[in-house]
Design a protein around this ligand. Structure first.
Ligand code: ADP
Ligand code: AMP
Length: 210
């Protein structure tokens, strides 16, 4: 079983949704740099205050800042993790290679219209980071997290304009990682536009294969 995993793909592809499933199924920590940054912003830490404008505008936060947060969080989990939203640049990928060996990188592939639609409909729980969708994957009670009752929120960067910019940034800065990991022979492509269960099934096949 592969346990040191990266979920790579454009915003809205479903990385967090599937990371949460894989993380509970195999008791692996789900480490999402976006969630870590939003937490710093909500707590108004020095780092959060510095990162806020970048995140709101859909721009990448500096490699050194994200690498430092990631290193701290990865410290106790060297043997297994689901990394979601990291790395996003070749520099971050090289940094990650210097601190850990990866088993598999799953590339979540979906067309832009699907991504924008999902992003606009996304709602998140600011307490536990659970991900919902107002059209397909609704909470049991409207606007409230099933797990802890917290009021769900629309992310400040989840609007059509910033979403398009983030998708463009993905293709410019992050997509080179697809070839980077393909050349290392650890890349698997996932058809992320499929319904939830089918995406999960594809992922499990990859993780459980030799
Ligand atoms: P990412 O972490 O890649 O940005 P998320 O996991 O947050 O993406 O998913 C984005 C939105 O799309 C969420 O509202 C989620 O509920 C929804 N979503 C995720 N996977 C699917 C799917 N397979 N089919 C339909 N909607 C999905
Ligand atoms: P996400 O939750 O993955 O969609 O990330 C939300 C935002 O956080 C991104 O648009 C960036 O501003 C920032 N961010 C998250 N992860 C990274 C990363 N690995 N490198 C740079 N910025 C990041």
């Amino acid at each position: 079983m592969k346990t040191r995993l990266i979920f790579l793909g454009p915003p809205g592809a479903g990385k967090g949704t599937q990371a949460s499933i894989v993380s509970s199924r195999f008791s692996l920590p789900w480490l999402a740099t976006g969630d870590m940054l939003r937490d710093e912003i909500a707590r108004k830490t020095t780092l959060g205050i510095a990162a806020k404008n970048y995140v709101d505008d859909g721009k990448l936060v500096a490699d050194e800042v994200v690498n430092a947060i990631l290193k701290e969080r990865l410290r106790e989990h060297r043997n297994g993790f689901v990394l979601d939203g990291y790395p996003r640049t070749i520099e971050q990928a090289e940094y990650l290679d210097s601190i850990v060996t990866l088993d598999k990188v799953l590339f979540f592939d979906a067309p832009e219209d699907v991504l924008v639609e999902r992003i606009i409909n996304r709602r998140i729980c600011p307490a536990c980071n659970a991900v919902y969708n107002i059209s397909e994957y609704k909470p049991k009670v409207d606007g409230v997290c099933d797990r802890d009752g917290t009021r769900l929120e629309l992310r400040s960067d989840d609007n059509a304009q910033v979403a398009s910019f983030r998708i463009k940034t993905f293709w410019e800065k992050t997509a080179p990682l697809v070839s980077y990991y393909f050349e290392k022979d650890i890349l698997a492509k996932i058809t992320a536009s499929l319904p939830f269960d089918e995406v999960t099934r594809e992922i499990l096949q990859v993780l459980e294969s030799d």
